[in-house]
Design a protein around this ligand. Structure first.
Ligand code: ASP
Ligand code: MG
Length: 414
């Protein structure tokens, strides 16, 4: 019997009515004779509300208690969905991550899933139950509840689908798929039918908030197809799968358009340390100090002053880390005999993503040319084989996205 794995996001289970609606959909799938496992997020903004509550008690929560607290949101939605299913005559049971056999690393707040023991899930499925599992959590070797990072329910769902050897993991959410860019920014943004794991991973990591990046990584590793789709409209969404599978199914993929999607990340800030004596070990020093404070650095630009043995070093961080990054860099300024530290929260990152750009030289140049014609100054650039990102002034970010969407012809149906 095929096993069906569905995941419902926070907005899709945001109210009792919505939970009842999900129950009706799940029952239909179960009635067709399938074994069904459903992973849920916490209702609406529950997780944020739990964190607000915590902030009223302490500025310095113990990570263990943090996990105890924020994992409760998913327990509420899982239990309510199981009850809603029972209410309409569909046998169901809810399980916490731990009860469902989800074993994680011994790291509070951001563990990776290590293993999934299927005994309990299999037993419940055999008895005819729909199994509803709390996303976002598992247990560590001590049996403590561990969460796996904000937005992690997508990853829970894909990992469970992989463990159950399902072919597809359906992720139901409040958008009906992955778009060429945010439709709120570009009106004629187009829904993408099929996208490769690699492209989706870039888009998800670059600020397209539709999927948890680690879920894509996990799907790619186990070759699980993700079908990202709307929880309210019964239409096909976006399939995220391997390049090989996409190519086998549609020969038109061979055309390989260079750019498939455009992402805008407005959550970044730029920090710079200017006129640092240019000696071996400077970069290691600066970025080592930032890493020691768990600050994630994204783009890095080093420029050389022709006049002397001096360098300017600029980098971007998550905006919430800017203050801390400036403090760390200020401390280093004296030690490294640098001249000044600068920072700027009013920047954003615009990225074009597509596997086809590997074989099409000139894609980056086309991006730079389009931005220059629109008088948008590029402050920093970084590239990978399938991505080009530019840091620009924040108020020009949306315009940059609109221009690039047009220049690369993303509105056209292919
Ligand atoms: N409820 C968790 C969060 O808000 C996990 C999730 O929704 O994926 O981060
Ligand atoms: Mg989510």
């Amino acid at each position: 019997m095929p096993i069906i794995v569905h995941k419902y996001g926070g907005t899709s289970v945001g109210t009792p009515e919505k939970i009842k609606n999900v129950a009706r959909k799940v029952k239909k799938v179960h009635d067709r004779g399938n074994e069904v496992v459903v992973i849920v997020s916490a209702m609406g903004h529950t997780t944020d509300e739990l964190i607000d509550l915590m902030d009223k008690i302490t500025d310095n929560p113990s990570p263990r208690e943090y996990d105890m607290l924020v994992s409760t949101g998913e327990q509420v939605s899982a239990a309510l969905l199981a009850m809603a299913l029972q209410e309409i005559g569909c046998p169901a049971v809810s399980l916490t991550g731990g009860q469902a056999g989800v074993k994680t690393e011994d790291i509070y707040k951001k563990a990776r899933i290590k293993d999934i023991h299927l005994d309990r899930m299999k037993k419940e499925l055999k008895q005819g139950n729909v199994v509803v599992i709390t996303g976002f959590q598992g247990i560590d070797s001590k049996g403590d509840i561990i969460t796996i990072g904000r937005g992690g329910s997508d990853t829970s769902a894909v990992a469970i689908a992989a463990a159950l050897a399902a072919d597809v993991c359906d992720i139901y959410t409040d958008v009906d798929g992955v778009y060429t860019t945010d439709p709120r920014i570009v009106k004629n943004a187009r829904k993408i039918e099929n996208i490769s794991y690699e492209e989706m991973l870039e888009l998800a990591s670059l600020g397209a908030q539709v999927l948890h990046p680690r879920s894509v990584e996990c799907a790619s590793f186990y070759d699980i197809v993700i079908h990202l789709r709307s929880s309210t409209k019964d239409i096909t969404g976006t399939y995220i799968k391997s390049v090989a599978q996409i190519a086998r199914e549609a020969s038109k993929m061979e055309k390989k358009e260079p750019v498939r999607g455009i992402a805008l990340d407005e959550n970044i800030a730029k920090v710079g340390i200017l006129k640092v004596p240019d000696k071996p070990g400077i970069a290691a020093h600066i970025f080592g100090a930032l890493a020691a404070e768990s600050i994630n650095v994204d783009m890095i630009v080093q420029s050389i002053h022709s006049a002397g043995a001096m360098a300017d070093m600029a980098f971007t961080v998550n905006r919430t880390d800017m203050k801390k990054a400036v403090q760390v860099t200020e401390k280093l300024k004296k030690k490294l005999a640098a001249v000044s530290v600068i920072w700027d929260p009013d920047v954003c990152k615009v990225s074009i993503v597509g596997k086809g750009m590997v074989s099409q030289p000139g894609t980056a140049a086309k991006m730079f040319d389009a931005l220059s014609k629109a008088k948008i100054n590029i402050q920093m650039i970084s590239t990978s084989e399938i991505r080009v990102s530019c840091v620009v002034r924040k108020e020009q970010g949306k315009k940059a996205v609109q221009i690039l969407h047009k220049v690369f012809g993303l509105e056209k149906v292919r």
